[in-house]
Design a protein around this ligand. Structure first.
Ligand code: NDP
Length: 293
């Protein structure tokens, strides 16, 4: 059995990583109260004691708007926390798989972002995640950085859950139609990370570095909301769909600026894994069935 240590195990992606672990892996999952990645000593002790073959970091400060007024905490988790994990991994010679975000880009592109495209985050959250990428890349640890976008799942708080709640409360909604991106299920992120873990344990190596991964095709938050309501009504999760009006980003001001373009080119990872990119509509249907169960 190959032992894998997972941080942030109660989060959207962390909980799917624990749930979807292949049988040949032994998972030790820690939630934030059991392992605080900002605590260097605790990280060192637990990693040394468990001696895993791999760390998957699903812990992060993900409150995008709150980060604007809470930069210290965002950097403590998203940069220092990653540094602590990298140092502990280096001490026992194991790799780290880490998750990052489309928010490292400035969102002004019109073509899907490639891994090599210049970064330029426009908010504290994106900047702190970029700092985490850099600290890991410069640590000397073998690493995978998987940048993803618009995460949804049955666990935790996300756009799907917000839409379902608003859909029950209101007859009409306005949803932003000028931000483009790719919704991505937490389960599909977990599956891709496990595929990479399997490849690493079978081959003893990987092509390390940054990869983009999201579900396809690209849509807008408005397009995503319409599909959520369509599927929720046919799955019996909602009685009736509200009217969903298109609004502009400027009609819905938020403390953190959102990228207008979040679409990423995921072909590099598909080539490594020899598999296609899952469609988010199908992933959404699985999540709605889970929520209905
Ligand atoms: P969640 O917020 O659902 O999960 C993050 C988990 O990290 C939470 O369980 C949280 O615990 C835990 N955590 C926070 N601080 C610490 C800490 N100091 N030590 C240990 N654990 C901690 O996030 P997701 O699962 O959605 O995100 C997973 C990854 O994907 C993150 O790296 C995120 O940046 C990235 N990502 C997410 C996107 C999204 O839309 N959600 C989009 C793009 C990328 P607690 O709740 O107790 O604080």
């Amino acid at each position: 059995m190959v032992k894998v240590l997972i941080t942030g195990a109660a989060g959207q992606v962390g909980s799917e990583l624990v749930k979807l672990a292949p049988a040949d892996f032994e998972v030790v999952g820690y939630n934030s109260s059991e392992l605080d990645i900002t605590n260097a000593l605790q990280v060192q002790q637990i990693v040394a004691e468990q001696a895993p073959a791999l760390i998957i970091n699903a812990a992060a400060y993900t409150a995008v708007d709150k980060a604007e007024s809470d930069a210290e905490r965002a950097y403590a988790v998203n940069e220092t926390g990653v540094k602590n994990l990298a140092e502990a991994a280096l001490a026992i010679g194991i790799p780290v798989f880490h998750i990052s975000t489309d928010y490292v880009f400035d969102g002004t592109a019109t073509e899907p972002y490639k891994e090599t495209d210049p970064v330029g985050p426009s908010g504290v959250y994106g900047a702190s995640k970029l700092a985490g990428e850099q600290v890991l890349a410069n640590s000397g640890v073998k690493h995978i950085i998987l940048r993803t976008s618009w995460v949804f799942g049955a666990e935790g708080n996300n756009f799907v859950k917000i839409m379902l709640r608003l859909g029950k409360e209101r007859d009409t909604l306005g949803v932003v139609a000028d931000q483009h991106g790719c919704p991505t299920s937490a389960a599909s992120i977990a599956n891709v990370l496990w595929q990479l873990a399997q490849k690493y344990t079978e081959e003893g190596e990987l092509t390390w570095g940054i990869y983009h991964f999201s579900n396809s095709p690209a849509t807008t938050w408005h397009g995503f909301a319409c599909e959520i309501f369509k599927q929720a009504v046919s799955a019996g999760v909602l009685e009736k769909a509200p009217v969903v009006n298109q609004i502009k980003t400027s009609d819905y001001p938020t403390p953190a600026k959102r990228p207008a373009w979040s679409v990423m080119d995921c072909s590099a990872l598909a080539n490594v894994l020899g598999s296609g990119v899952p469609g988010w509509q199908q992933e959404l249907s699985t999540v709605l069935n889970d929520l209905n169960a």
